[in-house]
Design a protein around this ligand. Structure first.
Ligand code: ADP
Ligand code: ADP
Length: 229
């Protein structure tokens, strides 16, 4: 089943009198449960794609269909509901709330939704059992990113969108975080899209989308993705 569909999507940013064509006629689709990696140089449009999919930005043309729902026509209220119910986001800089404990950070999102996973269980999934009562600044960068992954999966979203989740981590820690995302995707058959500069993880992806200057330059489907043990 196709879960995501981008059809001829355009995005133009206006800054003063300048127009930036961030996306030009971008089309692709992703099936339910696929692990997709988006690769491309800085400024290519990768974040714009994730932000539109996640309902934190809107397209200027074309169609964006998620689980059969066209999200391009949604108003602000419906879009906010869409984000809360269907999308899990993982950002480069974790975006944890420093005054809340690990467990409270994770529960914050999950509580908004039916079918959500208890914070403790979500933390267990990312190997952070026993860290529930710590505060974010008592954890390493890699652990903080795992908390943000737990927060994203706690609401049991239909799609997991990760924008350079390893951008602030050293390469070894970054690899562990990517492997964890891969494992969660496989275990839960959770549709996952990751923007990264780490070409290594692309070998374990079902699909790799190459973006440059706002356009898709290549889509590679991996018939036998590498299995991470
Ligand atoms: P990356 O995704 O490679 O980490 P960023 O998304 O941070 O890079 O930024 C990519 C490019 O987009 C940069 O040239 C940056 O200046 C530009 N950019 C990002 N956000 C904005 C914004 N709000 N206004 C204008 N330019 C932006
Ligand atoms: P990437 O994630 O591949 O680095 P982005 O999607 O962040 O690229 O940006 C694509 C293009 O859109 C870049 O030229 C960037 O400068 C521009 N851009 C991104 N966000 C904004 C914004 N809020 N205002 C103006 N320009 C932006």
């Amino acid at each position: 089943m196709k879960q995501l569909e981008f059809g001829h999507v355009n995005k133009i940013y206006h800054t003063g009198t300048r127009e930036t064509y961030a996306l030009k006629d971008v089309s692709f689709s992703v099936r339910q449960g696929e692990f997709t990696v988006i690769l491309g140089p800085s400024g290519a449009g990768k974040s714009t794609i994730l932000n539109i999919l996640g309902g934190i930005d809107t397209a200027d043309g074309g169609t964006v269909i998620v689980s059969g729902q066209d999200i391009t026509g949604l108003g602000e209220r419906e879009l906010s509901r869409y984000r809360a119910e269907k999308v899990g986001f993982v950002f480069q800089f974790y975006n944890l709330i420093p005054t809340l404990t690990v467990s409270e950070n994770v529960a914050l999102m999950g509580e908004l939704k039916k079918g959500s996973i208890p914070a403790k269980e979500a933390l267990d999934r990312v190997g952070l059992r026993g860290h529930e009562h710590k505060f974010p600044d008592q954890l390493s960068g890699g652990e903080q990113q795992r908390v943000s992954i737990a927060r994203a999966i706690a609401k049991n979203p239909e799609i997991l969108l990760c924008d350079e989740p390893t951008g602030a981590l050293d390469s070894e820690t970054g690899c562990l975080v990517l492997e964890q995302l891969w494992r969660l995707c496989r275990e839960d058959k959770k549709t996952t899209l990751i923007v990264t500069h780490n070409a290594g993880i692309a070998q374990a992806a079902d699909k790799v989308i190459y973006v440059k200057n706002g356009e898709i330059t290549d889509i590679r489907i991996n018939p036998s993705p590498l299995k991470i043990s």
